[in-house]
Write a protein that binds this ligand. Structure first.
Ligand code: MSS
Length: 376
């Protein structure tokens, strides 16, 4: 049997400790033991989800791509279509913000308790918290003069198609909802944006699931309707109402919605699944939502949800960053579980049983996080 290459071999500059979920296209997960070490996730351990390959001529690396110039077009329902050079964008006023980037499929493997959902079997670590710097999309669009009929923004990426027939990656989002915070980003964590994370230019939509944050963005379309490209339907959508576990589902525009705004969620980063601990432990993790309301609490249970204790929370520097939390708890000897759930100011929280979230592609998992540990 052929051995799976390690993450550092697949992508230059990545930590060999990343979990390889897929080699082509590359999908790498960050283990919780690495994730918990940093307030802002460094590029060498940040997860990767690619649907296709990096754009023609680029390398799978955390270095900056060697491209002479990058341009992004603004077309569609605008008074004046634009072609903007990256060098021009960099001369406009810049904004920097902290934001959780999470794959819509993060936590997918937890659905398998009910029925396996298809796709990379991510656990907790298709997740990062990074600082993005770039120009506000609203400032760029002002120059183009967006017509009132433009309700959707569709972003195209310059990905290498898997085969010439395959549709390109493109993703639509509701324009008015994203406009206040959207960025065209050219820096991550204070450095030029790494190639594998979308450098030299990426659309950043704070609060939205990973897929909407189009890497290597080279065209923005302002249109009256959302794209019906396969990245919009049937992929990256969830049913509007719960469906039976394990059932098949035919996605239509009416019975489903795209993975847009992120669900409220807490994950436990310590202890790790299967870890052996002694009677009193510190439980640590992070919590976040779509940024539309603050996280108000994270609660932890060591008795299968019979009682909950409040963890202490740290605030992020933007509504879209993660809230680190921690609490010391006493755990009963033997095989036991630690649970965690977050609540936000809109009263949104996490279901105890993930069955009601079940969907064929395993998107938007946000059931109460449950970690099995051994207490000696
Ligand atoms: N972009 C592009 N251009 N392409 C691709 O493939 N993917 C998605 C995003 N963007 C893509 C893009 C996804 S899907 C995700 S998650 C993200 O990205 C990731 O990122 P990183 O940087 O980490 O790799 Mo799921 O929802």
């Amino acid at each position: 049997a052929q051995q799976t290459p390690t993450a550092d071999v697949l992508v230059a500059g990545k930590d060999p400790g990343l979990i390889v979920r897929n080699t082509n296209p590359v999908e790498l997960e960050t283990p919780v033991a690495l994730l918990r070490e940093h307030r802002y996730t460094p590029k060498n351990i940040m997860y990767i989800r690619n649907n296709l390959g990096v754009p023609p001529g680029m390398q799978l690396t955390t270095e900056l791509p060697r491209v002479e110039e990058w341009t992004v077009e603004v077309v569609g329902l605008v008074d004046k279509p634009l072609t903007l050079r990256l060098s021009e964008l960099k001369r406009l006023p810049a904004t920097e913000l902290e934001m959780v980037l999470q794959c819509s499929g993060n936590g997918r493997s937890f659905f398998s308790k009910y029925a396996r959902a298809s796709g990379a079997q991510w656990e907790r670590g298709a997740l990062a918290n990074v600082r993005w710097k770039g120009v506000k999309l609203s400032a760029v669009l002002e120059g183009a003069g967006v017509k009132p009929e433009a309700l959707f923004l569709t972003a195209e990426g310059a990905d290498q198609p898997a085969n010439p027939q395959a549709p390109d990656i493109e993703r639509s989002v509701p324009l008015r909802d994203v406009l206040p915070s959207a960025l065209l980003a050219y820096e991550m964590n204070g450095e030029p944006l790494p190639t594998v994370h979308g450098g030299p230019l990426r659309l950043i939509l704070p609060g939205y699931y990973g897929i909407n944050n189009i890497k290597w963005v080279n065209r923005l379309r302002l249109e009256a309707a959302a794209s019906t490209n396969n990245t919009m339907i049937p992929r990256y959508r969830v049913p509007l109402a719960p469906i039976p576990v394990g059932s098949t589902f035919t996605f239509t525009l009416d019975n489903s919605r795209p993975n847009w705004r992120q669900n409220v969620k807490a994950v436990i980063l310590s202890p790790a699944e299967g870890q052996s601990v002694s009677g009193i432990i510190e439980v640590r993790g992070v919590a976040w939502n779509d940024g539309s309301a603050p996280i108000t609490g994270v609660e932890v249970s060591t008795n299968q949800g019979r009682s909950w204790q409040s963890a202490s929370l740290e605030k992020p520097s933007s509504p879209y960053g993660w809230y680190p939390w921690r609490i010391r708890v006493v755990v009963a000897t033997g095989d036991t579980e630690v649970w965690a759930r977050a609540t936000d100011a809109l009263g949104r929280s996490q279901p105890i049983d993930g069955a009601i979230l079940w969907n064929p592609n395993g998107y938007e998992w946000n059931a109460v996080d449950k970690v099995k540990i051994k207490v000696g």
